[in-house]
Design a protein around this ligand. Structure first.
Ligand SMILES: [Zn+2]
Ligand SMILES: [Zn+2]
Length: 396
């Protein structure tokens, strides 16, 4: 007999599995309230799953294992060149009994029929399972307010857009896949060091109507070969492992407070979307190495010294690199404004907002018109002043 908003199907397995335990088909997680049996969602900023029906809060049982960095080399052998996920993950909702499927790369989200949260096991679909998850701190309401405030603070944004963004819907929380890499690096480099010196040159000039020779100091650069070695340890170099959002949009949400990372448990995903990684670990490491190289190049320039530097070659040696696969929380808002779609992302931990901003044609046109009018006015005033001076001189 159904006794909650979930209605319908209740199997024997369900009643056995109450109190935050796994229900539904193998490989799927739905979390039931220990008080009323309804399905739970993770409450951002807590370590609890909250029941939307009776309001009861259920403590998340965390795994006591620590998140450890894994050696990269075995992972490259195991999962290098792994193709992006293409299979749909089929699910049977324990709440309404409906069958549905997650479109790749999604592995968590609402049941498409009753909206109750379902989390699939990422394990069977990817060779490297998530080791850690950074749980949402910021809830939907606050994220919506932050996006609204951000839009309001934009110059030349169309009026009314902030209200539109604050409206219901259009915002969803998703855990995005990332790689993080650690490495101790040693780099041998070859380059050139440039020191600026001044040479005195003589030029002809006219001073008070007379031709004179003047001495001027001209800067020149003396180049000398430079070589040496620098060392740097990298900790948690982040690389986005998903492709559903453009990297420039998501990378702007850095830095992340990775200290808040919890060992992976599906509980934190309840009520949110989550994505399997699409970029395999080897491509991720290539990107991570490029990020490290940028920092190393700064070190090399400092090591070369002088006023200017040229780096001709850098041989970077990564000593025993390690990695982790983690999930980071992002609110994504999208809405269409005058036929174009705009996306905003909010860091689910810090509240930092970043987005593709809309521009108001009329506000910009108004500002441009005003500027032109002011410039014309100034030009007119100057010409008036000039002609006034001209007539004064004529009088004299
Ligand atoms: Zn309940
Ligand atoms: Zn359902």
């Amino acid at each position: 007999m159904p006794s909650g908003p979930w209605g319908g199907l209740r199997t024997e397995e369900d009643s056995r599995a109450q109190g935050g335990l796994r229900v539904s088909t193998p490989g799927l997680h739905q979390f039931t309230c220990e008080q009323c049996g309804a399905i739970l969602s993770y409450a951002p900023g807590t370590t609890e799953l909250v029941c939307s029906y009776c309001g009861h809060r259920n403590q998340i049982a965390e795994s006591p294992t620590e998140i450890v960095e894994q050696a990269l080399d075995p992972a490259l052998r195991l999962a290098g060149g792994e193709a992006p996920p293409t299979a749909e993950i089929t699910a049977k909702c324990a709440s309404c009994g409906a069958d549905f499927a997650f479109k790749p790369p999604a592995f968590a989200g609402p049941c498409q029929f009753c909206g109750q949260p379902v989390v699939a096991d990422p394990g069977p679909w990817r060779k490297i399972p998530p080791a850690g998850v950074l749980p949402f701190l910021i809830g939907a309401q606050e994220a919506r307010r932050l996006v609204g405030d951000w839009l309001k603070g934009l110059w030349f944004a169309p009026s009314g857009i902030a209200e539109q963004a604050r409206g219901p819907g259009r915002l969803h929380g998703v855990y995005l896949p990332y790689w993080t890499f650690d490495a101790r690096t040693r780099t041998r480099y070859l380059g050139q060091r440039g020191d600026v010196y001044y040479e005195t040159q003589y030029v002809d000039a006219v001073v008070d109507g007379r031709r004179v020779r003047q001495a001027v100091q001209v800067p020149k650069v003396r180049w000398r070969p430079a070589s040496g070695q620098v060392a740097r340890d990298f900790d948690d170099v982040l690389v986005l492992a998903g492709e559903t959002l453009p990297p420039h949009l998501v990378e702007a949400l850095e830095p992340w407070d990775l200290e808040g990372m919890r060992p992976y448990t599906p509980d934190y995903l309840g009520g949110f979307g989550a994505e399997l990684y699409q970029i395999p670990v080897d491509r991720g490491f290539e990107r991570g190495q490029a990020v490290m190289r940028e920092t190393i190049a700064v070190d090399v320039r400092a090591d070369i010294g002088g006023d200017q530097q040229i780096i001709q070659r850098m041989e970077v040696d990564h000593d025993r690199p390690t990695y982790k696969h983690v999930l980071l929380p992002v609110w994504v808002a999208a809405f269409t404004f005058i036929g174009r779609q705009y996306r905003f992302v909010v860091n689910g931990r810090t509240g930092e907002v970043h987005g593709e901003r809309p521009w108001s044609f009329w506000k910009i046109a108004g500002a441009v018109t005003l500027t032109i009018v002011l410039l014309l006015l100034l030009a007119f005033l100057f010409s008036q002043a000039d002609s006034l001076q001209g007539s004064l001189r004529a009088i004299q």
